[in-house]
Design a protein around this ligand. Structure first.
Ligand SMILES: *Cc1c(COP(=O)(O)O)cnc(C)c1O
Length: 410
């Protein structure tokens, strides 16, 4: 009989987005006249079409594949040199990262999950709370946790609460942890980490022989020059960090699929015999075995993000979304709410008014304004009392949401 990976049975059923969908459906069925008014500010997906330079490059890539002289079969598992070099030149020029330390993939969600393949059993894992659920669920699947308690917290994970009291920057753990997931700019809170805060994490990782898994999917939304865009801007990080980046949110690639892992050759882990092994070697072996590369037209399209015209088009996309974030922030502040994030990230994180919890606020926004938000408690128990509003939307929708927020107060 084929047995199963019973760790999967520990997973809490996907609750957040199905529950949101259920409540929206119930509302629109009960209020059919309001169904067309519903505006979704919930999901972390882009809304604007691909930049023209990206579309052009992808078309060219497809044409090359259709021509005998330029056809390409399997590409390098690690990605084409033209893209790895473009990434180094445009994103890591002064940080001493080499092109062969970049691994192209079909996206960061997969990478942040797959990376666990190269780590051993028994590692202690730290995650922030609230958190991007992928980090948690992939550790459950890998057997790195015990069961979930009624609040949804898994035994064995070290949760680092982020709240208004600590400015959404978790305290460095007192105990020793082996893997630390950090995401900056943060999903869901939209907050960022300062150079000093990241330096404290790197210091901790070096002292405790831990590895930082740094998700920088929203790096392109940083406008404040003082905020680090990469963990490798911090001295010593090249000995203890792996960075994840994606074309999803800057280039609008959520439906195209392309991301990359930056894994310096100097990051090592401990083998059973106590020897140090470069993680680069293991990840390279893992990708060569389980992955056959991102598609050529997609990699061509990703490289176009770094062309002079592509950069202008991506900058315009970011400006659009961050313009939305500014309007949403101002509208929520005008309502008298406490507002976080949304200045260097496309998410606005808002404290619920006194006496209202995350789902209570979700219902209020749906019933009274027909606006769908994401309850903060869905990202972890420390998210209770907050809700997330996404800036990924059309300007028309955002302006309408702001008008309805004003009407709410009246
Ligand atoms: C959107 C997002 C990503 C990117 O995922 P892809 O698989 O590249 O689309 C990564 N991390 C976080 C936290 C995200 O919100």
């Amino acid at each position: 009989m084929a047995t199963i990976n019973s760790n999967f049975l520990k997973l809490k059923a996907g609750y957040l987005f199905p529950e949101i969908a259920r409540r929206v459906k119930a509302y629109t069925e009960a209020n059919p006249d309001k169904a067309d008014r519903v505006i979704r500010c919930g999901i972390g997906d882009v809304t604007e079409p691909l930049p023209p330079s990206v579309v052009k490059a992808m078309h060219e890539g497809v044409d090359e594949m259709g021509c005998r002289d330029t056809f390409k079969g399997y590409g390098p598992e690690q990605g084409y040199a033209f893209l790895r070099e473009a990434i180094v030149e445009n994103q890591y020029a002064e940080l001493g990262i080499a092109a062969d330390e970049i691994f192209i993939s079909d996206g960061s969600k997969c990478d942040t999950g797959n990376i666990l393949d190269i780590f051993g059993a028994g590692n202690t894992i730290a995650i922030t709370d609230p958190v991007y659920p992928v980090y948690v669920d992939t550790n459950v699947m890998a057997g790195n946790t015990g069961d979930a308690d009624p609040s949804g917290a898994y035994a064995g994970l070290v949760y680092l609460p982020c709240n208004a009291e600590n400015d959404f920057s978790p305290a460095i753990p007192e105990e020793k942890v082996d893997l630390i997931y950090l995401c900056y700019p943060n999903n869901p809170t939209g907050t960022t980490a300062t150079r000093e805060q990241l330096a404290a994490w790197v210091k901790y990782a070096k002292e405790n022989d831990s590895v930082i898994l740094f998700d920088a999917a929203y790096e392109a939304f940083i406008s404040d020059p003082a905020i680090p865009r990469s963990i490798f801007e911090i001295e010593g990080a090249k000995d203890c960090a792996i960075e994840f980046r994606s074309f999803s949110k800057n280039g609008g690639f959520t439906g195209v699929r392309c991301g990359y892992v930056v894994l310096p050759k100097s990051v090592t882990g401990k083998a059973a015999d106590g020897s140090r092994v470069p993680l680069h070697q293991l990840w390279n072996r893992r990708q060569s075995t389980k992955f056959n590369g991102a598609s050529y037209p997609v990699q061509k399209a990703a490289a176009a993000v770094f062309s002079p015209q592509g950069k202008k088009e991506v900058a315009a996309l970011i400006e659009h979304y961050m313009g939305n974030a500014k309007l949403l922030r101002e509208a929520a502040i005008a309502l008298g709410l406490k507002v976080y994030g949304g200045e260097n990230a496309p998410y606005v994180w808002i404290a619920c008014p006194d006496g209202v919890d995350s789902w209570g606020m979700f219902d209020k926004m749906l019933n009274e304004a027909q606006v769908v938000v994401t309850p903060g408690s869905g990202f972890g128990s420390a998210g209770e009392g907050y809700f997330r509003v996404s800036a990924f939307n059309s300007r028309d929708n955002v302006e309408e949401v702001c008008r309805r927020l004003k009407a709410l107060v009246a």
